[in-house]
Structure formats: C-alpha cells, structure tokens
Design a protein around this ligand. Sequence first.
Ligand SMILES: Nc1ncnc2c1ncn2[C@@H]1O[C@H](COP(=O)(O)OP(=O)(O)OP(=O)(O)O)[C@@H](O)[C@H]1O
Ligand SMILES: [Mg+2]
Length: 227
Amino acid sequence: MFVGGITRMERVISNDIEPPYLSLVTGPPGSMKTSFSLSMISNHLKRTGEFGLYCTVEETVDSLLKTCNSMGLELPTNLQITDLTELRKENEAMDYLKFTKRMIQHFKQERGSQFSVFILDSLGAIYSLTSVDEEMRKKMFGFFDFLRTQGLYTFIITERQPGEHAELQGNEGFIADGIINLGLDRRNGKIVRTLQIEKMRHVRHSMEKQAIDISSGSVTILGPLFD
Ligand SMILES: Nc1ncnc2c1ncn2[C@@H]1O[C@H](COP(=O)(O)OP(=O)(O)OP(=O)(O)O)[C@@H](O)[C@H]1O
Ligand SMILES: [Mg+2]
C-alpha cells in the first residue's frame, strides 16, 4: 500500500502494512489529506485490481473530481465514490455510521475479499453532523472495531491543527494502528508540504518530518526536513 503507492516511501518505512489496518490521515486544511489518500489508494487499486470505497462527507464528488483533474490523477473504475453530502441535505437525523456500515457490508457481500480499501473523508464532518456525547464516542469505537473485522485497509481523514493531538474526541488515536500527519511548514518565505509518521504499529519507521511533493497524480518523498 505505502511502498507501492508513494514514491520513495521505502526510505521512510522498513516494511509495509497488512490489512486489517486502520490509519488516520491528519492535517490542517489544504495539507492535501484528500489528494494524498486518493493518489495512494488509486495506485494500489490500479496495481492490484482490488475494489475500494471512498466515502465523502464534506466535499461533493464533483469537487473531488476537480481535485483529481488538477493533479492529473485518473481514478480507477474499481474505486467507488459515495457522496454523503447529498444525504446530509435530505435527512438531518441520519445515522451516518450505521449507513456507512451497511454500505460496507453490502460491498463485502458483493465483492468478497476483492473489497480491500475503505476511506472516510472526513471524521470531523461526521462529528459535526451529530451531537458528540458518550453515546457517540461508544458508537465510533464500535465503528472502528467493525472496520477492523472487515479485513480492510482503512484510512480515516481527520482535521488537525499543528501542535494538536490526533484525536478529535479522545480515543481515535489510541484505536488507530497508524497516524500519518500531513502539514505545511513555512521556510524562507515558502510553504513546504510535509509528511510525518507518528505511529505505525508493526513497522519500523522514520520519525523525521519529510518534505513531500504531489505532482502528476502521485506523492513523492523528497527527503527529511531539518530545522
Ligand atoms: N495540481 C496541483 N498540484 C499541486 N498541488 C495542488 C494542485 N491542485 C491543488 N493543489 C493544492 O492542493 C490543496 C488542496 O488539497 P486537498 O483538497 O487534498 O487538501 P485537504 O487537506 O483535503 O483539504 P481540506 O481540509 O480542505 O479537505 C490546494 O490548497 C492546493 O495547494
Ligand atoms: Mg479534504
């Protein structure tokens, strides 16, 4: 997934991950959480022919396709994009987690083990649509647990400001197997895009912040950044 999907990622991690594996992709607005995830999973799906489900809660499919066009990224046909932004308008009392769970079960039934990748964009959007109380936290825990039992590579996109912890509601960071933090660093009047692995269970990885570049539809590791 990582080594095949991101150019020079083998310099950052010593071995790749095996599903089930749940990673948080965190970062501030514009740090390319969406582009990074789309590019990595597209590469994976093109290479393996497996099936992936991308669930967008805050951005319309139209907007996602514009992002891809701008990056020169062609989405594979074996990636299904589901737009929850439409549902949001129709039904305010909607249980998004339950809906998403059913959708995953449906594709598991239809595709079996070919269905291997699931992305949720984003966790913050789900939280903003529901009241977050103890009940919701339990539900989210159950949802993460469910994702793990499905044997999927899961990427949960999570907004996060620099210096903040990865968890939005207290426990996501502990439940996740991996945390990949994307960022924007200001250097010499310029903004540099960065990637830093904060956590990756079962993998020996670099702790350094890496400069990255996204061009012609793929993410490239440029090398570690030093202060
Ligand atoms: N063709 C391109 N090549 C490189 N960078 C681009 C290109 N097109 C857009 N960008 C950059 O991508 C950024 C948006 O990326 P993306 O939508 O993936 O970020 P995000 O972290 O998901 O943001 P949000 O929190 O708003 O969802 C833009 O702000 C712009 O800097
Ligand atoms: Mg986004």
